[in-house]
Design a protein around this ligand. Structure first.
Ligand SMILES: Nc1nc2c(c(=O)[nH]1)N[C@H]1C(S)=C(S)[C@@H](COP(=O)(O)O)O[C@H]1N2
Ligand SMILES: [Mo]
Length: 352
């Protein structure tokens, strides 16, 4: 136990803590220097205390052949490795006014790791889902009281077509950046659902159940929904397009000169096809350079050459557009729980 606590302490030391128990923390600025975020810099979001896990993965419900798998059994199956950008749906909540309820995430609840594991569709296929199966429910070992629901496990569902879609590449991951998963990121195995807000990527996975009706658990129906003031609620699904400005850091002082602005951009309906920037007092958008994705589910690098020849305050805003034509809005779309704030980001610098 002491060893676990020591290693947990080490793995958490570089993060920006939002809450200690359960542990929730943002990635520090260094996390955005490379495509793959080192594990100790990857943000952490957990709704309950860290659970014990019995090492078993149970596949059941509406299937012909229920299965129980161990880590060794998963490792013996074909291995798939994917770099995947995970973003918390609450990322950017602090930018919504009035401040919605929920964890006060600023803008660093997003990271990219290289996940390795077994494709969910291969496991599901071997359990032989029955004809009436419409939904696949994933439960984690963690549990607690959640908005009036007593002793519930963290559980989420996907439509069975998504779970089985070869293009979706849903993974049961047992490695993160070449190491076994650590306690905060879902040891011994977790779901990784590329393109979806990370709530779909259930950690400490214990049960995969095929259902014949929609799943009504509180993490599906009470939270992780867009509760709009002016229209019917919608479920939180794919990550909205977003360009993040990594450098320069907002508020810093610079000498007059020519600077390279660098950032990351991603979308669940991506890839990102353009990033545009709007500089001081400008009302027009200019193209930044966007790199092709290094991996289909990973964020992309973008850059822009910024001429800062005059002293005074300079601003820069960045806006991403994805392949589906989705573009970032100028202002957040307020919703009661503060999800999906992908409004255009602003930085300013003082040139002295
Ligand atoms: N079992 C379980 N899985 C979970 C959660 C949780 O609280 N319990 N949180 C989800 C949410 S809201 C996010 S944003 C991601 C965070 O993954 P990470 O901590 O590895 O960054 O895990 C998801 N999977
Ligand atoms: Mo999240």
């Amino acid at each position: 136990m002491d060893k676990l606590l020591n290693s947990l302490e080490e793995s958490r030391a570089a993060l920006t803590v939002v809450s200690h128990e359960p542990f929730n923390a943002e990635a520090p600025p260094e996390a955005f220097e490379s495509t793959v975020t080192p594990t100790h810099l990857h943000y952490v979001r957990s709704n309950f205390a860290l659970p014990e896990h019995d090492g078993k993965l149970n596949i059941g419900g509406a299937v012909g052949k229920p299965l129980t798998l161990t880590l060794d059994a998963l490792r013996a199956m074909p291995r798939t490795e994917l770099a995947v950008t995970l973003e918390c749906a609450g990322n950017g909540r602090l930018g919504q006014t009035p401040l919605p309820v929920g964890e006060p995430w600023h803008s660093n609840a997003v990271s990219t790791a290289r996940w390795a594991g077994t494709l969910l569709r291969d496991i599901l296929a071997s359990a032989e889902p029955l004809k009436g199966g419409t939904t696949v429910c994933f439960a984690g070992a963690d549990r607690g009281t959640y908005h009036g629901h007593e002793d519930v496990h963290f559980a989420r569902a996907l439509p069975i077509e998504q779970a089985l879609d070869p293009a979706a590449q849903v993974l049961i991951a047992y490695e993160m950046n070449g190491e076994p998963l650590n306690a905060d990121h879902g040891a011994p195995f977790r779901l990784i659902v590329p393109r979806w807000y990370a709530v779909a990527s259930v950690k400490w996975l214990t049960h995969v159940n095929v259902l014949t009706a929609p799943f009504q658990g509180p993490f599906q129906t009470v939270r992780y929904i867009y509760d709009w003031p002016d229209q019917a609620s919608q479920p939180v699904k794919f990550m909205l397009p977003r360009a993040k400005i990594v450098t320069p850091v907002s508020g810093t002082s610079l000498r007059p000169g020519t600077y390279t602005v660098r950032g990351k951009a991603w979308s669940g309906t991506g890839p990102i096809v353009s990033v545009e920037v709007n500089v001081t007092r400008g009302d027009s958008w200019q193209a930044a350079t966007v790199e092709p994705p290094a991996d289909p589910f990973a964020w992309q690098d973008w850059s822009f050459t910024w001429q800062l020849h005059h002293t005074g305050r300079h601003t820069l805003r960045a806006r991403a557009t994805d392949a589906a034509g989705n573009v970032q809005p100028e202002a957040p779309r307020w919703n009661r729980f503060g999800y999906g704030n992908n409004a255009v980001e602003l930085i300013y610098v003082q040139v002295k």
